[in-house]
Design a protein around this ligand. Structure first.
Ligand code: SF4
Length: 245
């Protein structure tokens, strides 16, 4: 494909192929494009090396397109735009996802904290699969006074993904300290906004290595979700268990 000059730059932490280690598509062969930079403070974050905005390496978007072509392995199912926080570099994400959709038959997948629904809506037309992650009020991923705004944006992203017929699922990370009342309120509020059939899965993901929840704690969260979203599943991060990336 002939290219016009493209000066968009993107800060990328890493590109690699592995299997999907978490969530509804666990086990699917996946190319991961990890964008640098995230301003949230999840205690359980397993990609802390990608959080600084100046981490990774600076590229022209066309260089990443070339890397995608070079690194693409047969039978890859999807490309994950992950981070860090991909929405911080939404212009590059749009260009790369558009390239993937035009030049391959791979599905595009967004993993975001959903902190900004306006940015999310810009990238949405280029995505096939949306993982919408909700954080509980006691998670302290943002300052206390900023939580309501984060939640509002998470809800807007969820509703936009569903309205635009994207394959959508919800994930909530649970630690052993997760307050069950806070968790229950969150799930109840989600159930007031959407129908179970709007999403393909409701995933409870135990934190790995940091404040890991007990099995009983996880079962408590399962029992909260199940009456509202019968398709709930507890899925640990499989790649951590076998030392994969
Ligand atoms: S939103 Fe994701 S990348 Fe950002 S700190 Fe939390 S787990 Fe890490």
């Amino acid at each position: 494909m002939q290219r016009t000059e493209n000066r968009t730059r993107v800060r990328v932490s890493e590109i690699f192929t592995s299997f999907e280690g978490e969530g509804a598509f666990v086990g699917k062969k996946t190319m991961f494009i990890r964008l640098a930079g995230c301003h949230l403070k999840c205690r359980w974050c397993d990609t802390k090396y990608a959080l600084p905005l100046d981490s990774g390496k600076d590229y022209q978007v066309d260089e990443i397109k070339d890397l995608i072509v070079k690194e693409l392995q047969p039978f890859t199912y999807k490309v994950n735009f992950t981070g860090g926080e991909p929405l911080l570099q939404y212009e590059a994400v749009i260009q790369l996802a558009d390239f993937i959709k035009k030049c391959t038959n791979l599905k595009t997948y967004i993993e975001s904290s959903c902190f900004d629904s306006e940015l999310f809506e810009k990238i949405l037309p280029y995505m096939d699969i949306c993982k919408i992650e909700f954080k509980t009020e006691d998670s302290k991923v943002v300052e206390y006074e900023d939580y309501d705004n984060l939640l509002l944006n998470e809800f807007r992203c969820l509703e936009s993904a569903i309205q635009n017929n994207k394959t959508t699922y919800i994930k909530i990370v649970v630690t052993n300290s997760t307050n069950l009342e806070s968790f229950k309120n969150l799930v109840y509020n989600i159930s007031k906004k959407i129908k179970p059939s709007d999403i393909i899965d409701f995933i409870i993901q135990p934190s790995h290595g940091i404040d890991q929840p007990t099995v009983n704690k996880l079962l408590d969260t399962y029992d909260i979700v199940q009456p509202m979203f019968p398709e709930v599943r507890i899925i640990p991060q499989l790649h951590k268990e076998i030392g994969a990336r």
